[in-house]
Design a binder for this molecule. Structure first.
Ligand code: TXA
Ligand code: MG
Length: 325
C-alpha cells in the first residue's frame, strides 16, 4: 500500500468515502470518543485479518466490535444477560466495552479464537452516524503499532501507521484520550478488566450491586500484556519531591519532564510540560503529552506520579504498563 488518505470528518463526502472504503474491505482509522480505532468491516474476516498485519499485533489478540446501537448486540452475541442490557442502556453510546458470549457465526479472526466478544457503541457523532447509515459494525483496536501509545489525533495515527492503512478519518482530538472501560458480564459477577472513563462507582450506581475490579484478573487474554502503551523513550514516574531531586542531581541530562505541580525556576530549562491537576483532563492529555515528549529527543521521560485514589484508576493502570521495560 502506498499513501494513506487523510479524510476530513467535517466533510460529508469524505465521511462517505471512508464508509465506502470500509465496505470494500479496506482499513480506515476512525475517531472515537476514547482514542482513534483502526477499523475494518467486522463481517469481513479477510479485512479484519489485515488489522493484525498493519498493527504488527499477534493474531490471538481479540478485537472490540463497534456497533451502531445496542440492539445490534444481538447480531454479535448470544445469551446476553440482563445486566448487559442495563449497562448498554445506561452508558451507550459511550466509553464502555462489554464482554459477552459471541454469536456462533462470528469469525474467530475477530475474537482471537475466544468464545467471548467485546462490544461497544462509540459516542463520536461522525463515526456513530457512519455506522448507523450503513448498518455497519467495525472491528477496531486502538490505531497504534503493537504495544505503542494509543493515538488521540489523526497526526498520531499517521505517525505510526502512514503507508500501512488506506485512510484516516480526521475527527479532531479525542474527548477522553484513554481507552474504554472493559467490563465482563460473562460470569456470575460483573468484573472490570480494564479501568477507563466509566468508573467502578459509575457502574455500581447503575447496577445497584458490587462490581469487582480484580488487580490480577483470571481472564487470560493475549491482549492483556504487561508492557503496553509505551513511548519509545524510557518512562519513569516519581513523586514530585523525588522528581525535583532527580533533576537537581543532573541539570544537564536530556530529560523531558511531565509534571502537575509547578517546576522550580532553576529547573525550567528542561523540556517540560505541565499536565492538568484534574484526573479527567490529565487522562485526556496523557498520551498526547507522552507522544510529544517522545519527539523531543530526550533520553528519559520523567512524569510526576499522580495520586492513587479511585478517580485515577484508569491513568494509573496505563502508567503501570507504560513504565514496564
Ligand atoms: O476505547 C477503546 O476501547 C478503543 C477504541 C478504538 O474503541 N479500543 C481499544 O482496543 O482500546 P484495543 O484492541 O487496543 O484494546 C482492547 C482490549 C485488548 O486488551 C483485548 O485483549 C481486550 O480488549 N479484549 C477484546 N475482546 C476481548 C475478549 N473477548 N475477551 C477479553 N478481552 C478482550
Ligand atoms: Mg490498544
Amino acid at each position: 500500500m502506498s499513501e494513506t488518505l487523510r479524510l476530513d470528518a467535517t466533510n460529508s463526502e469524505q465521511v462517505e468515502q471512508a464508509a465506502q472504503l470500509l465496505l470494500q474491505g479496506k482499513l480506515v482509522a476512525v475517531p472515537t470518543e476514547t482514542v482513534y480505532g483502526l477499523a475494518a468491516d467486522a463481517s469481513q474476516p479477510a479485512a479484519v485479518q489485515q488489522i493484525f498485519v498493519a498493527k504488527g499485533r499477534p493474531a490471538d489478540h481479540p478485537l472490540i466490535v463497534h456497533l451502531a446501537d445496542a440492539k445490534a448486540m444481538q447480531d454479535w452475541a448470544k445469551n446476553i444477560p440482563a445486566v448487559a442490557w442495563q449497562l448498554a442502556e445506561a452508558f451507550w453510546p459511550g466509553p464502555l466495552t462489554l464482554l459477552v458470549a459471541k454469536a456462533d457465526h462470528v469469525s474467530p479472526v475477530v475474537t482471537g479464537g475466544l468464545d467471548s466478544i467485546g462490544l461497544r457503541v462509540p459516542a463520536h457523532p461522525v463515526l456513530l452516524k457512519l455506522l448507523q447509515q450503513h448498518q455497519l459494525a467495525v472491528a477496531a483496536p486502538s490505531a497504534n503499532r503493537y504495544k505503542k501509545l494509543s493515538p488521540t489525533s489523526a497526526e498520531q495515527v499517521l505517525h505510526g501507521l502512514a503507508g500501512r492503512i488506506e485512510a484516516v478519518l480526521d475527527g479532531g482530538d479525542c474527548q477522553f484520550g484513554l481507552e474504554s472501560t472493559i467490563v465482563s458480564v460473562l460470569g456470575d459477577t460483573v468484573e472490570i478488566l480494564r479501568a477507563g472513563p466509566i468508573s467502578q462507582a459509575d457502574l455500581e450506581e447503575v447496577l445497584g450491586c458490587e462490581v469487582r475490579h480484580p488487580q490480577q484478573h483470571q481472564v487470560k487474554v493475549a491482549g492483556n500484556v504487561k508492557a503496553h502503551y509505551q513511548p519509545n523513550t524510557p518512562l519513569q514516574c516519581l513523586p514530585y519531591a523525588e522528581l525535583v531531586q532527580y533533576l537537581q542531581a543532573d541539570t544537564t541530562a536530556k530529560i523531558a519532564v511531565l509534571h502537575r505541580q509547578a517546576l522550580p525556576p532553576a529547573l525550567q530549562h528542561f523540556s517540560h510540560h505541565q499536565l492538568p491537576a484534574d484526573a479527567h483532563a490529565f487522562g485526556q492529555q496523557l498520551y498526547r503529552s507522552l507522544f510529544a515528549a517522545d519527539q523531543t529527543g530526550a533520553e528519559l521521560i520523567l512524569l510526576e506520579m499522580p495520586p492513587h485514589s479511585a478517580e485515577w484508576a484508569a491513568v494509573q493502570e496505563r502508567l503501570a504498563r507504560a513504565v514496564h521495560q
